[in-house]
Design a binder for this molecule. Structure first.
Ligand SMILES: Cc1cc2nc3c(=O)[nH]c(=O)nc-3n(C[C@H](O)[C@H](O)[C@H](O)COP(=O)(O)OP(=O)(O)OC[C@H]3O[C@@H](n4cnc5c(N)ncnc54)[C@H](O)[C@@H]3O)c2cc1C
Length: 369
């Protein structure tokens, strides 16, 4: 509305986080979210230690620690249940960055500062950088001018398309799609991933429930049916079979979605910048999408608060590129390892797995700059 206000397109993790961070710095901020209600309310999200550190930057660590469950340990197992490697998450991250898993609706509610300038059911159709700001056109046809526009509108970003042109999202190296659901916990007490014909993950939530993720391996697609789950995971150990049986009886609990990635070499033009999935959607191999979105938000807000909005986008991008490139590379490497022939995977994982974990997460323990 003015040359010193910021418009955020998208009220997901990245959008709500950046709006909160900007308002904390006294910058007038408007959020436009196309959905009337929080999306993906029934799903969960794993937050590794660097995500917890980014929430702490927003002043939300204590409230976050009251939601969901801490993840103390990870186990990676073969499809027959043999332990391939394990990781002590408590020792790796320390008490101030303990990973957690929680429901997405709770996470969005935590990030939402419920400010009157957060508008729901309002979609941005296009954005155009202009001298000293940017103009946004909304789905009802009205146009607004702001001092800066942030595209936090996800993998199919309208801001990205209008400012940077069409970019094909690519399917993830591990799997073109995934099933996710929440089921009663069949008795697992830590994060457990199994790898065989498909990839299967259980993470214990609060309230006696468990978060379930199931996908193909080797970049394959699959039929979005409970029968595919039964065929692919029917010979996996009992906890897996129990939650697959639950899905068979409760098909309404199943969410099927593509896993798409965005790799582009420009996130900013004039006074417009992309954050979160709009800039760099990445396969959840290391569960980094939410973490990177909140890190982007903190750095974007800090950069804008330092002034000179003509160069803020470039400065934000310079501060974020290395970390995002690192996550994308680590994602590709572990996705490729997880897609090797099963017998090779089972032979190499005990040695390669712990190294890959340390290589992926080690640099992310460093503080944001
Ligand atoms: C199968 C799967 C599992 C995953 N698991 C994890 C995990 O465990 N941990 C993790 O950290 N990450 C995970 N991710 C990634 C994570 O979900 C994303 O990285 C994260 O949601 C990105 O947040 P965002 O705000 O950038 O985008 P989004 O969550 O997509 O939010 C974008 C928002 O913008 C809105 N919007 C879209 N277009 C417009 C428009 N034109 N105008 C206004 N509003 C608009 C949307 O309605 C939405 O609310 C997973 C992803 C997938 C596919």
């Amino acid at each position: 509305m003015t040359d010193d206000s910021v418009l955020v397109a998208g009220g997901g993790i990245a959008g709500l986080a950046v709006a909160r961070a900007l308002r904390q710095r006294g910058i007038r901020t408007f959020v436009s979210e196309r959905m009337a209600d929080a999306a993906s309310g029934g799903l969960s999200i794993m937050l590794p230690g660097n995500a917890i550190m980014a929430f702490a930057e927003l002043g939300l660590r204590n409230r976050l620690e009251r939601l969901g469950e801490a993840v103390h340990r990870r186990e990676y197992r073969s499809g027959s249940g043999r332990l391939l490697f394990e990781v002590d998450e408590d020792a790796f991250w320390g008490p101030l960055a303990q990973p957690r898993v929680l429901r997405r609706s709770e996470l969005l509610d935590l990030l939402d500062d419920k400010h009157e300038d957060n508008r729901r059911s309002s979609a941005v159709v296009s954005v155009r950088p202009v001298d000293g700001g940017a103009e946004a056109t909304f789905d009802d046809g009205h146009v607004e001018r702001h001092g800066f526009v942030i595209g936090a509108d996800g993998v199919r970003s309208a801001v990205r398309q209008s400012v940077f042109g069409e970019h094909e999202a690519r399917f993830a190296v591990l799997s073109a799609a995934a099933f996710r659901w929440i089921a009663p916990n069949p008795g697992v007490d830590s994060y457990v991933g199994w790898t065989g014909e498909g990839s299967f993950l259980l993470i214990p939530l609060d309230r006696g429930e468990v978060y379930v993720f199931a996908s193909a391996t080797g970049g394959a697609g699959f039929e979005a049916t409970p029968e595919w789950l039964e065929r692919t995971f029917g010979s996996f150990p009992e906890p897996v079979r129990a939650v697959v049986a639950y899905a068979r009886n409760h098909p309404e609990a199943l969410h099927h979605s593509p896993i798409e990635e965005i790799r582009i070499n420009e996130w900013t033009r004039g006074r417009v910048a992309l954050i979160g999935d709009a800039a760099h959607a990445t396969s959840p191999m290391w569960a980094q999408g939410g973490a990177l979105a909140v890190e982007d938000a903190v750095v974007m807000a800090d950069t804008l608060a330092r002034g000179d909005w003509d160069s803020a986008g470039q400065r934000y991008e310079r501060r974020r590129r290395k970390r995002v490139d690192h996550v994308q590379l680590a994602t590709d490497q572990f996705s490729a390892a997880a897609s090797l022939p099963i017998e090779v995977r089972e032979r190499t994982m005990p040695e390669v797995g712990p190294k890959a974990y340390r290589a992926a997460y080690g640099p992310l323990r460093e503080k944001l700059t």
